[in-house]
Ligand binder design. Structure first.
Ligand code: NAD
Length: 354
């Protein structure tokens, strides 16, 4: 088969090393010749940020972070950055914290050094998100892509095992959805396959030994690959579903992704045999759905949307909103009927693919 595709690789420096975040951040601040650093971290993440900032001077510590970046919080943070003459944004935390740094960069053009402490992966994409009146808007702008990402698995040790599992499966969702997303290509599929392998290796180790660094390092590495793949391939069926569930019913991000993913895989796999074979190979199993189901079993992963506030009565409305935004590239045509079946199974938590 001939190969024809267009792929864009985003430019970003990645510094990876356990217990090296403070040293790496000091080197980056020097490289940027930054004089006024704004350190962004939620209250819960602030102790981690303080350690990471131990070798630099901080002009402004900022902790007014909220999930899904409410517009009013973004405006307040932008004003604070301007008032303090900030010349470098450093964010230490999960996707919500990275999202706030991106919102400031979107209007100011300030560079970001991102220090992620979950496996959400926002640090490796040029996608921003803002929420206004319960409606989440996302967009793409290269100025929000962090210039540097500093990965340090030690910073993730405090992330509880259940949240680590859900967040890691959010990364897994980036990988699997990248296999059939609108801009899927052989390069982002290769990154996604390696991301599946690394997450499949790392997450069970975290579940078993949450304080061991080896699983944490594999999961962070997999999370980075997953985000690069997703940023390049863009949103497929899975991300469209989760975006609607999160935006309309304010469902928790990582847990929603973790719950919906196996149903999307079971839905698409029979219509996408090449993608399914690659996913299965990455899991080291004969069948892609079995591979993911087995991992979820080992992880005791989030199981049913009804556990996170989604009701059976919400399904019809969700189908109405999701159906028109499903990408034409999706390997299996979606209908109101089969999407209702998918969401009903995810709501109830029945074993995917059976
Ligand atoms: P989050 O950032 O809201 O973090 C979840 C919770 O974990 C928070 O209370 C946080 O303070 C805490 N936490 C983070 N790191 C910790 C640590 N090491 N130890 C203890 N507690 C810690 O959740 P998330 O899942 O990381 O990110 C979700 C958000 O990111 C969503 O808004 C989502 O839309 C966005 N996101 C954006 C992109 C993108 O490309 N733009 C990609 C993925 C996710």
């Amino acid at each position: 088969m001939s190969l024809t595709f267009e792929h864009v690789t985003l430019g970003q420096r990645v510094l990876f090393g356990s217990d090296k975040a403070a040293e790496n951040l000091a080197a980056e601040v020097a490289r940027f010749e930054a004089k006024k650093v704004m350190m962004i971290a939620s209250e819960r993440e602030a102790p981690i940020a303080a350690k990471v900032a131990s070798a630099i001077e901080v002009a402004l510590n900022y902790d007014d972070v909220a999930p899904h970046v409410p517009v009013e919080k973004a405006e307040k943070a932008r004003a604070a950055a301007a008032e303090h003459g900030i010349d470098l944004l450093v964010c230490v935390g999960g996707g919500s914290t990275t999202g706030l740094a991106k919102a400031i960069a979107l209007t100011s053009g300030l560079p970001i050094v991102a220090v992620p402490t979950t496996y959400a992966g926002s640090e490796a994409t040029n996608v921003w998100g803002l929420t206004e009146a319960a409606r989440k808007t996302t967009g793409v702008a290269d100025c929000v892509l962090p210039a540097t990402v500093i990965y340090d698995a030690v910073l993730t040790l405090s992330l509880p095992a259940d949240l680590s599992v859900a967040s890691g499966l959010n990364g897994m969702a980036h990988c699997i959805d990248s296999m059939w997303a609108p801009r899927a290509d052989p390069i982002n599929q290769a990154l996604a396959a390696e991301g599946i392998r690394a997450l499949d290796q790392g997450l069970p180790l975290i579940k078993k030994h949450p304080q061991d660094l080896i699983g944490r390092e594999q999961a962070l590495y997999g999370a980075y690959l997953s985000a690069v793949a997703f940023g390049s391939a863009t949103s497929g069926l899975h991300h469209k579903i989760c975006h609607v569930l999160g935006g309309t019913w304010n469902m928790p991000h990582a847990q929603t992704h973790a719950t919906v993913l196996p149903y999307v895989l079971a839905f698409n796999a029979p219509a996408a045999p090449d993608a399914a074979a690659r996913i299965a190979a990455a899991f080291g199993t004969a069948d892609a759905v079995d591979g993911l189901n087995h991992l979820r079993e080992v992880l005791d992963a989030p199981r049913a949307l009804r556990d996170y506030g989604f009701t059976q009565e919400n399904i019809a409305e969700a189908v109405d909103i999701i159906l028109p935004i499903i990408p034409a590239s999706n390997p299996r045509p979606a209908t109101a009927e089969n999407l209702t079946e998918l969401l009903t199974a995810a709501w109830a938590g029945t074993t995917p693919g059976i």
